[in-house]
Design a protein around this ligand. Structure first.
Ligand SMILES: Cc1cc2nc3c(=O)[nH]c(=O)nc-3n(C[C@H](O)[C@H](O)[C@H](O)COP(=O)(O)OP(=O)(O)OC[C@H]3O[C@@H](n4cnc5c(N)ncnc54)[C@H](O)[C@@H]3O)c2cc1C
Length: 471
């Protein structure tokens, strides 16, 4: 290691690794320090239950990963990353045995909403079809670290996306499209009536048509391993098993880049109360299952989908989100579930499956949501319980213990609601810089927020290399 590094990155999650890669590929010397013994943060894969069952304790499905402007410029396929597409990106089943779907095809998606809403769906997505790359380039760099490159597309997207979910829902007459979109908004754990919640739903729907909702072969660890291997090939180094508590724990560097929560960063770098107003949000209760066979969904579409949302009405989904955000565990939780081994049989022994599910619970909640979740799954897949070979559960305290960024179990590293959905960690044109000129923030507590896409790392790296070049 040189006596003075250009940059040190704290945290080997997707954003920390992306920031390190972006700096290394521009010729800067970089070292990454990670608290855990393995890299990956929220993109990792582990045998949590039984031998041969490879589970994703955190991220599983990657619409924003396959569509990430940052990942697209990296040769990650050469380092083992391969996206596998389930037959359907997502299914949203109802009590009568039918399901709405997000398909790669707009026509199939629209048809699944029923005759009264098919046209409304086609009209909603039409202006953006074939434009994912230009849209992602701009909205994933928000707030404007650069002027938008495609102002017209971005403005149209802003008009459709900035209103709360309720405005978007009014385009539809029936519950199928409405519930599916409410479920999409719930992916960022935002209450349905917040600012820009329409944009959240729209982004996930457009992603299905653009790049699908794929899983990485071998599990989400493959994303982290590919980023790490590419970083090493560029001359960067990665050191695991180092929990950084003070800036002095790090080797001397011209820039320190933190893939941590803002409050941890303030503590470690001695920044005082600068992030005191930052809010953490609801958490999740996560279950990883080893199953004897596929989930026996009643709706045929759900048997072919990588992701299955469970919450048959907007009312039910809204209530579950309100309860979790308001401090009460929902009796009828809204669930996001994933079945990675449908697209990637290597994740489980032959004929067996891994199944991934979470429901929302209050920040810091230490109860057990297993029974409520399994009742919900049984409702749409009778016989599910009989297929369970083993399960691993993790509520807020367990999630927080595994990753310091999940404060109180908040997997979004900060509430994605109100202005904090768009402007994080505080209202600023420069969210990646801090009051300390050599200290930067690159985690999902900065725009564009949660998800495995590396764009916070990419944007932060831009701020770092500009500063380094200006010195
Ligand atoms: C249950 C669950 C399900 C999810 N599902 C999906 C999904 O399907 N698709 C998707 O795109 N996203 C999903 N996510 C979200 C996604 O995992 C995160 O948004 C993403 O990982 C954030 O990346 P990051 O690099 O900002 O932080 P993280 O991935 O959290 O990485 C931060 C890293 O920094 C390390 N660190 C923190 N403090 C220190 C310190 N002081 N010293 C050294 N190291 C430190 C941590 O150990 C960690 O490795 C899910 C998350 C969870 C928990």
């Amino acid at each position: 290691m040189p006596s003075m590094l250009d940059a040190v990155v704290v945290g080997a999650g997707p954003n920390g690794l992306t920031a390190a890669v972006e700096l290394a590929r521009r010729g800067f010397s970089v070292a990454v320090f990670e608290a855990r013994d393995t890299v990956g943060g929220g993109a990792r894969t582990e045998e949590l239950t039984l031998p041969g069952f490879r589970h994703d304790p955190c991220s599983a499905v990657h619409p924003l990963g396959v569509g990430s402007p940052a990942f697209k410029t990296m040769p990650l396929d050469r380092y083992g990353l391969e996206w596998l597409q389930p037959e359907l990106p997502m299914a949203h089943p109802f009590d009568n045995g039918t399901a709405a779907v997000l398909s790669r095809s707009v026509a199939e998606t629209a048809a699944s909403f029923g005759a009264r809403d098919a046209g409304a769906y086609r009209r909603l997505v039409a202006p953006f079809l074939g434009r994912w790359d230009e849209l992602a380039q701009d909205f994933m760099s928000l707030p404007m670290t650069a002027l938008p490159r495609h102002p017209v597309t971005l403005a149209r997207f802003g008009l459709a996306g900035l209103p709360p979910y309720g405005v978007l829902a009014r385009r539809f007459r029936d519950e199928k499209a409405r519930a599916l979109f409410a479920g999409l908004v719930a992916h960022v754990i935002a209450p349905l009536n917040g600012i820009a919640t329409s944009a959240v739903g729209l982004v996930f729907a457009l992603a299905a048509h653009a790049g699908g909702w794929p899983v990485p072969r071998g599990g989400s660890q493959s994303i982290s391993d590919a980023l790490t291997a590419y970083l090493r090939a560029l001359g960067g180094t990665v050191h695991t098993g180092y929990e950084i508590k003070r800036l002095d724990d790090l080797p001397p560097a011209r820039a320190y880049v933190f893939d941590t929560s803002p409050t941890a960063l303030a503590r470690i770098a001695g920044l005082g109360r600068v992030y005191d107003g930052y809010r953490y949000g609801a958490s999740v209760f996560k279950i990883d299952y080893a199953l004897d066979g596929p989930v026996p969904w009643t709706a045929e579409e759900a048997r072919r989908a990588g992701t299955v949302q469970i919450g048959p009405t907007t009312g039910e989904i809204g209530r579950a989100l309100r309860e979790a955000s308001g401090g009460q565990a929902p009796a009828t939780p809204f669930l996001i579930t994933a079945q990675p081994s449908l697209a990637d049989p290597s994740r489980a022994p032959e004929g067996k499956h891994v199944f991934w599910a979470y429901g929302h619970v209050p920040n810091g909640w230490d109860g057990d949501l297993t029974d409520a979740m399994e009742r919900q799954i049984e409702r749409f897949a009778p016989g599910f319980r009989d297929r369970i070979l083993a399960r691993a559960t993790a509520g807020p305290p367990q999630l927080a213990a595994k990753n310091a960024n999940y404060v109180g179990g908040d997997i979004a590293c900060g509430a994605a609601s109100g202005l904090q959905l768009l402007l994080r960690p505080k209202i600023s044109l420069f969210p990646y810089t801090t009051p300390h000129p050599a200290v930067f923030l690159c985690s999902s507590a900065t725009p564009p927020g949660p998800g495995v896409h590396g764009m916070s790392g990419h944007n932060a790296a831009k701020a770092v290399w500009r500063r380094l070049r200006a010195e």
